[in-house]
Design a protein. Structure first.
Length: 248
């Protein structure tokens, strides 16, 4: 009886030690992975890495991790224009089936899903809105983006000018717009054109102000934009990818 009790105590102690060693190992592995991702993606700050699943050591021995979550703040994505970027406030990705090389220098995930959030102010800045002649002596400029409710964006346009050189106009009008994703581009399209003092302005000219496309490219590991919707603080984008390279 005494021998059995001692054996049980030893099993419990060994179990506790295994858990401690496993958690210490995953802690260091997360740190190493974060450093490699930072170097690979040339990030300004170290990302958050959370390796899920227990035990970690058996996954490590098998050369594959079931689930790795990565979070990156203030990621500068490409816009398709040299020297210009667009900042993603928070990029989160859940990587499944992460396999790594024997020397742990590289890792690739079978698949990845996640979210990216771009503030309205940042989307407006990237759009490079400038006053545009829309006819009849009137110029219009995109001046604001905000949440329009029901997944729509509220687009604010400032109208200025002197109609026929006599009637002066200076006002801001708003229109609700749909937002979609196509080929790694966020697309904003007005559901209906704004009414500008009853003026008969050419639709193509007005839409050159209200409608625009913004590339959000070269995301980490080759993940791509999937869907987008308007949210209170900005546009929320779902991302996805396959054979996503985490490091190396």
């Amino acid at each position: 009886m005494r021998g059995l009790r001692i054996l049980l105590i030893l099993v419990v102690i060994l179990g506790v030690l295994f858990v401690v060693v496993d958690r210490v190992a995953v802690y260091f592995a997360e740190g190493e992975a974060a450093d490699k991702i930072r170097a690979t993606e040339n990030l300004s700050a170290t990302p958050d890495v959370d390796i899920k699943g227990f035990p970690f050591l058996t996954q490590l021995a098998g050369g594959s991790l079931d689930d790795v979550q990565v979070g990156i703040d203030d990621y500068e994505a490409a816009t398709g224009e040299a020297g210009r970027t667009i900042r993603i406030d928070r990029l989160k990705a859940d990587m499944k089936g992460v396999e790594f090389s024997g020397d742990y220098s590289s890792a690739t995930a079978d698949s990845a899903t996640g979210t990216a959030t771009i503030a309205y102010a940042e989307l407006l800045r990237a759009a490079k809105a400038a006053p545009t002649d829309v006819g009849l002596g009137v110029k219009a400029q995109l001046v604001g983006l905000s949440d329009g409710g029901d997944g729509k964006i509220k687009v604010a346009v400032r109208i200025q000018g002197a109609i026929a050189g006599a009637v002066h106009i200076d006002k801001t009008v708003s229109v609700r717009s749909s937002v979609t994703v196509e080929h790694n581009r966020v697309q904003v399209h007005a559901d209906a054109l704004p009414v500008i003092g009853g003026l008969a302005l050419a639709e193509s000219r007005v839409r050159s102000i209200t409608d625009f496309r913004q590339a959000v490219d070269r995301l980490p590991g080759g993940i791509e934009l999937d869907k987008v919707q308007a949210a209170p603080d900005g546009v929320e984008i779902t991302v996805k990818g396959s054979d996503v390279r985490l490091a190396g």
